[in-house]
Design a protein around this ligand. Structure first.
Ligand code: SF4
Ligand code: SF4
Length: 75
């Protein structure tokens, strides 16, 4: 948050079906429970202050191959 310039680029880059980024006062916050790990906010940030969590599961590469695949428990 000390690096963030509050440009809201990440907020606009977050897909509307997740809507995981919010303005909170002068800060921008990411709600982990809403975040899909799609990483679309990362290249949007002009000052590189969004840091992915390497422990996040499922990893973005897995998440985005999951729907409709053999591991998709909703198919
Ligand atoms: S990684 Fe999370 S916060 Fe970033 S764009 Fe994707 S859903 Fe939104
Ligand atoms: S894109 Fe980066 S600098 Fe801009 S509001 Fe989001 S976190 Fe802050």
């Amino acid at each position: 948050m000390s690096i963030c310039i509050n440009c809201d680029a990440c907020l606009r880059a977050c897909p509307p079906q997740f809507g995981a980024i919010f303005n909170y006062g002068v800060d921008v916050v990411i709600i982990p429970e809403l975040c899909s790990g799609c990483d679309k906010c990362l290249p949007a940030c002009p000052v590189d202050c969004i840091v992915p969590d390497p422990e996040w599961a499922p990893a973005p590469s897995v998440w985005w191959t999951l729907p409709g695949g053999p591991e998709d428990r909703y198919v």
